[in-house]
Design a protein around this ligand. Structure first.
Ligand code: ZN
Ligand code: MN
Length: 482
């Protein structure tokens, strides 16, 4: 129904992966160090300290602007956004207001109906990250918060989309695609804690807009939006009004909660930052040479390796995964790519997810070897999964790695080449133990045959050569006059 249409827009803050902060020389590599160790008069906002713009941060932002098809302004400008909060020691944030670095642009995602869909962008601007509050909860000293300014002054880009997404799933796809694009551009590291934060605007057509602030995980975005849609639809169904407000996402509960009323834009008393000159960088655009981006790499994977569209999408959806795949098949792209794309995109990713394990722990060479064993039919697909599981478990437990061939030998997983005796006796056993299946097969139930194949596979611990097994089973059934 049209009046139930969901409208979602995102504001995405991404930390740019520069070496130093946006307006001073402090290192951005703060995460493993003690609180307030990466600070100086500039990022502490001490009176009289002057900001000096980090050219590299602007270069990174320009790369993003070009990759996302934005128009770069002839003149961009930094502004002061005035508000007080303990994580913002100088009581204003240096950001961009009415003259952002870039405007317009779009990002293509796979739509819910299949095919590609353009999500339009409003703008990209550059700003500084505030510090970080650490809430200490209740203890003998009462409830209090600590503040760490190591994060203050880390360069951010804020990417603002048009209210162009129609479901939480589309919002997730948008974020995944954005993350991949930024990683391909080498300007962003999604694995750094807190490197991406999202505010989402969401409304049901015809109702007021609600803003959900500070979603800090990729999964959180889909969860927060799903919760918010249900909450708003419920209000409407009961004849109540959705109030225009700002809400906070509570990650642990998977719900949102009304928070302080949002400042109006004029409360911020924006004015041009007097300590920084306007930016004239549009001419840089022509000098930027973009690397291969996710869409181009996806199309290349299809053309060069024969990957299916879905596998190519999955494999190129993360820079690390795409590189991993190309490493695995490098020695024999013709022989291995079809097999490896299925094994990596489906089997390996599934096993990693199940274990909550990172791809970093997997050695591409061992996957090449495993793919080789599958390709030359040393092992069946079923045994292949078993070998992979053993490999991953060894890594998880920090044990020394074992070559796939060594695991096959140790567990006796080799395919039963020519071991027709073993298969024959397994077939006999399976039939004798399951007279019902034989009856079913006689009366024309095709499923009964699959059941018997499964039983024989089980008895041979998944080692039976599937071609041989099917041929022999057909023979036996024929002998029995079925
Ligand atoms: Zn500093
Ligand atoms: Mn912002």
């Amino acid at each position: 129904m049209a009046e139930d249409q969901v409208i979602i827009g995102l504001e995405v803050h991404c930390q740019l992966d520069t070496k130093s902060k946006l307006f001073c020389g402090c290192s951005t590599d703060y995460r493993d160090d003690g609180a307030n160790t990466h600070v100086c008069p500039v990022c502490l906002g001490l009176p009289g300290a002057m900001p000096v713009l980090n050219r590299r941060a602007i270069e990174y932002a320009m790369r993003v602007a070009k990759a996302l098809n934005c128009g770069v302004r002839e003149e961009a400008e930094f502004s002061r956004k005035n508000y007080f909060y303990p994580d913002l020691d100088k009581a204003y944030q240096i950001t961009q207001y009415d003259k952002p670095l870039a405007e317009g642009g779009y990002l293509e995602i796979e739509s819910d109906e299949g095919g590609e869909r353009k999500i339009l962008l409003t703008r990209i601007h550059v700003e500084e990250d505030p510090g970080r509050l650490v809430h200490m909860g209740n203890n003998e000293r009462g409830k209090y918060s600590l503040v760490d300014y190591n994060r203050a002054g880390i360069p951010l880009i804020e990417i603002v989309s048009e209210p162009d997404m129609r479901s939480p799933k589309e919002a997730r796809k948008f974020l995944n695609k954005l993350r991949a694009t930024l990683e391909y551009l080498s300007v962003f590291d999604s694995e750094k804690e807190g490197s991406l934060r999202v505010d989402a605007n969401i409304s049901i057509r015809g109702s007021e807009r609600v803003e959900v602030k500070n979603i800090t995980s990729y999964k959180g975005v889909e969860k927060a939006l799903t919760f918010e849609i249900a909450r708003q639809k419920n209000l409407i169904r009961r004849g109540q009004r959705v109030v225009r407000e700002t809400r906070h996402f509570l990650e642990a509960q998977g719900s949102t909660q009304a928070s302080r009323s949002k400042e109006q834009e004029h409360d911020y008393r924006y004015f041009p930052e007097p300590d920084l000159r306007p930016l004239h960088v549009r001419s840089w655009v022509d000098d930027i040479i973009l690397p291969e981006l996710p869409d181009a790499r996806r199309e290349r994977f299809i053309a060069q390796y024969g990957c299916s569209l879905n596998h190519a999408r999955t494999l190129t959806g993360e820079l690390k995964l795409a590189n991993f795949f190309e490493e695995v098949v490098a020695c024999d792209p013709r022989g291995l790519s079809m097999l490896a794309s299925t094994w990596i995109a489906d089997t390996l990713l599934g096993e990693l997810n199940y274990r909550g394990m990172s791809l970093d722990l997997v050695d591409p060479e061992s996957v090449t070897k495993l793919a080789g064993l599958l390709r030359n039919k040393t092992i069946t697909d079923k045994s292949g999964v078993e070998v992979l599981r053993v490999m991953l478990d060894l890594r998880m437990q920090g044990e020394p790695a074992q070559a796939p061939s060594a695991i096959v030998a140790r567990l006796n997983l080799g395919m039963t080449k020519g071991e027709t005796g073993a298969i024959a006796s397994a077939i006999t056993e399976a039939i004798n133990e399951n007279p019902k299946a034989l009856e079913d097969y006689r009366s024309g139930k095709a499923g009964a045959l699959n059941f018997l194949v499964g039983q024989v596979m089980k008895k041979t611990r998944g080692r039976a050569d599937p071609v041989e097994l099917n041929r022999m089973l057909a023979e036996v059934l024929q002998e029995r006059g079925v």
